[in-house]
Design a protein around this ligand. Structure first.
Ligand code: NAD
Length: 258
C-alpha cells in the first residue's frame, strides 16, 4: 500500500473499525487525524501509532455538530496542510422494533449515521476541491442491503449512506474527488457486542445463542476482525484504487450468499 504523505482524516477513529484503520493506515505511512467523542481512547490510539513510529494527531468532535467538525478539519490543516482522504467510521446502532422505537431513538441513529456523514463529507470536500484531488470513504453496512428485524432505523440509515455515496460520486468526480462506501458484515467491535446482546434479548435469546446463530449465517464461519476491514480501507486510500467510485463494497465473509 502506498500511503506515504497521505493525510487521512478518520471519524470514529478512537476504537473499533476506525481505530484499526488509523493504526493500519499509519503502518503504511499515512498521516492520521483521528476524530471521535472519546478523548481517552483517541489519546491511546494516537500514542500506539506514535510508539510504532507513525505520525498521528487527534481531535475531539461530535460529527453531528458542523462547528466541531470544521474545528477538527482546521486542526488537520494546521498540522499537515491538507486532507487527502476522509474515512467516515463514526456510527451508532440503537436497537428497537419499529413499533417501540421513540422519535429520540430514531433521531439518534439517523443523526449520527446519516447527518454526521453528510456534514463530514461536505466539509472535507470543501477543503479537497482546491487541491483537485481527494478520496472519501463512507461506512455503510451489510444492513443497507440485508434487512434485520429490530434494527430498522439502523438499516435505513446505512441505506441512506450508500445512496449519499452514489450522489456524491456524481457531484465530486468533476473535482477529481472519488467517493466509495464499505459495507462491513458482522465485525467484532463494541457496536456488534451491544447490538447482538439487545437483538438477542428482543428475540428472547441469550447472547451466546444469538452469536452462534449469527455466526452460522457467515459462510466463512467467523465474525470478522476490525483489521480485516482496515486493510480494505487502506487500499481504498491508495491512489491505485481510485477507479472504484460511487459503489458500496461488501466485506462480510460471504454473508450475502447465506
Ligand atoms: N461492527 C460491525 O459489525 C459493523 C458492521 C457494519 C457497519 N459498521 C459500522 O462501522 C462503523 C464503526 O463502528 P464499530 O463497529 O467500529 O463500533 P465502535 O463503537 O467501536 O466505533 C464507533 C465509534 O464512533 C464514535 N462515535 C459515535 N458517535 C459519534 C459522534 N457523534 N461523533 C464522533 N464520533 C462518534 C464512537 O465513540 C466510537 O469510537 C459504524 O459506522 C458502524 O455502523 C459496523
Amino acid at each position: 500500500m502506498r500511503l506515504q504523505e497521505k493525510v487521512i482524516f478518520i471519524t470514529g477513529g478512537a476504537k473499533g473499525i476506525g481505530g484499526a484503520a488509523a493504526k493500519v493506515c499509519a503502518g503504511y505511512g499515512g498521516k492520521i487525524v483521528a476524530v471521535d467523542l472519546l478523548e481517552d481512547r483517541l489519546r491511546q490510539t494516537v500514542d500506539e501509532i506514535k510508539a510504532a513510529g507513525g505520525d498521528a494527531i487527534w481531535a475531539v468532535a461530535d460529527v453531528t455538530k458542523r462547528d466541531q467538525v470544521k474545528a477538527a478539519i482546521q486542526k488537520a490543516l494546521d498540522q499537515y496542510g491538507r486532507i487527502d482522504c476522509l474515512f467516515n467510521a463514526a456510527g451508532v446502532d440503537r436497537i428497537g422494533g419499529f413499533l417501540d422505537m421513540t422519535d429520540d431513538e430514531y433521531d439518534f441513529n439517523m443523526n449520527i449515521n446519516v447527518k454526521g456523514s453528510f456534514i463530514c463529507c461536505a466539509e472535507a470536500a470543501r477543503v479537497m476541491i482546491p487541491n483537485k484531488k481527494g478520496r472519501i470513504i463512507n461506512t455503510s453496512s451489510i444492513a443497507a442491503v440485508r434487512e434485520e428485524a429490530y434494527n430498522g432505523t439502523y438499516c435505513m440509515s446505512k441505506a441512506a449512506v450508500s445512496m449519499m455515496t452514489r450522489v456524491l460520486a456524481l457531484e465530486l468526480a468533476p473535482h477529481n474527488i472519488t467517493t466509495v462506501a464499505i459495507q462491513p458484515g458482522n465485525i467484532e467491535t463494541d457496536i456488534l457486542r451491544e447490538s447482538f446482546t439487545n437483538r438477542g434479548k428482543a428475540e428472547g435469546k441469550d447472547v451466546r445463542e444469538f452469536y452462534a446463530e449469527m455466526e452460522a449465517t457467515i459462510p466463512m464461519g467467523y465474525i470478522g476482525r476490525p483489521e480485516e476491514i482496515a486493510e480494505v480501507v487502506a487500499y481504498l486510500c491508495d491512489d491505485r484504487s481510485a477507479y472504484i467510485d460511487g459503489n458500496s463494497i461488501l466485506i462480510a465473509g460471504g454473508k450475502i450468499m447465506a
